[in-house]
Design a protein around this ligand. Structure first.
Ligand code: ATP
Length: 351
């Protein structure tokens, strides 16, 4: 177990002839906790993989430092960083058995055969793949192959796991069970893990904390519930949540609220609520819930809003009608209309 820290980290790539450089990482500061599961989440091209590769030592930082276990590791080759990486295309050797694949990295470490096999059995037991040790990769399912890749990473007893979308080539069902397994396994071994994904449900389900990235920067780093409930800015507010947070301009602010908090006025708890009358134009039915899409008209402005009504709300709703909806005041979030940054709550005028 070790803390991973990056200080003032910047990484530029050459953008090709005449294109200057691409700033893939732009002055990031972050530190994991010991044994933490940190998820790097963000849209394509935001710098997640580059950050992970820089921590691994596969990329040299342009500026800044990488620390593992309190030691600066800049300049240290990947194999001396005591990290284990599993990438999307975890290549297993097709002609070797599972056991041979797992022990392979230990050969270079000059351990004797008995010791190598002892470690392989230990990892295989942790991951529940002991019965597969004599098979070859083509005789395994996608999820089993992923576990072999993890076992191979584990036998070196890394201080840190770096995982880059390791589940992305599994189908949806397998991905859900592999995610659950990965998390249970990490809880057992307690190894600090940094996990890259662009899938928000994976991030919400796996992370102790999520670092939400955009254009080479970390916009917010916090536990999943906090990132969802208290987004630091409108980017985070709309990147997380499906459908995303509603943002309605009012009194010089952007007022944000989650679809599930916009409810028929009589169902909104508490006295302190703001009315959001809106005209529904489309209804979607999804796993028992109803998603109502519509428009709020206010002071000559139109804003799209979405609400999610749970199956327990049986209120009849027809497209084309205006409905009296409201949000409890404590569910409102406020953002600066110019910068998009979170701001202090303001008292809204009625109407
Ligand atoms: P994805 O989710 O699509 O994998 P990502 O968040 O992992 O994206 P990176 O792969 O880190 O993003 O890329 C960040 C930026 O750096 C992108 O603009 C990318 O085009 C650029 N980039 C990455 N590697 C190189 C490279 N070797 N040379 C030039 N530009 C690069």
């Amino acid at each position: 177990m070790a803390v991973v820290e990056v200080r003032n980290l910047t990484k530029n790539f050459d953008g090709g002839r005449g294109h200057g450089h691409v700033r893939a990482i732009d002055g990031i500061n972050l530190a994991t906790g010991e044994g933490e599961y940190l998820v790097l989440l963000g849209p394509s091209g935001c710098g997640k993989t580059t950050l992970l590769r820089t921590i691994a030592g596969l990329e040299e930082p342009t500026e800044g430092e990488v620390l593992i276990g309190g030691n600066v590791v800049n300049g240290l080759p990947p194999r001396l960083r005591r990290i284990a990486m599993v990438f999307q295309n975890y290549a297993l050797y097709p002609h070797k058995t599972v056991l041979e694949n797992i022990v392979f990295p230990l050969k270079a470490a000059q351990l004797d055969r008995a010791e190598r096999e002892r470690k392989a059995h230990w990892a295989a037991e942790l991951l529940g793949i002991e019965q597969l040790l004599n098979r070859r990769p083509r005789q395994l399912s996608g999820g089993e192959r992923q576990r072999v890749a993890l076992a191979r990473a584990m036998v070196r007893e890394p201080q840190v796991f770096l995982l880059d979308e390791p589940l992305s080539n599994l189908d949806a069902k397998l991905r859900a069970s592999a995610r659950d397994e990965l998390r249970r396994f990490q809880q057992r071994v307690g190894t600090t893990t940094i996990y890259v994904t662009h899938d928000q449900s994976e991030a919400m389900g796996l992370g102790d904390r999520i670092a939400v990235m955009e254009r080479g920067r970390v916009r917010q780093m916090a536990p999943p519930v906090e990132v969802y409930d208290d987004p630091a800015d409108t980017f985070v507010a709309t990147f997380l949540g499906s459908p995303p947070m509603n943002l309605v301009p009012r009194d010089g602010h952007l007022v944000g609220f989650r679809p599930e908090h916009l409810l028929p006025v009589d169902l909104v708890p508490g006295e302190d609520k703001i009315q959001v009358p809106f005209t529904v134009d489309r209804i979607e039915h999804l796993s028992g819930d109803r998603y109502l899409y519509g428009t709020v008209h206010r002071l000559g402005e139109e804003t799209r809003v979405i609400t999610r009504l749970p199956a327990t709300v049986t209120l009849p709703v027809e497209p084309g009608e205006e409905h009296r909806f409201a949000v409890s005041a404590d569910r409102l979030r406020f953002f600066d209309a110019d910068t998009g940054e979170r701001s202090e709550p303001v008292r809204l005028r009625e109407g």
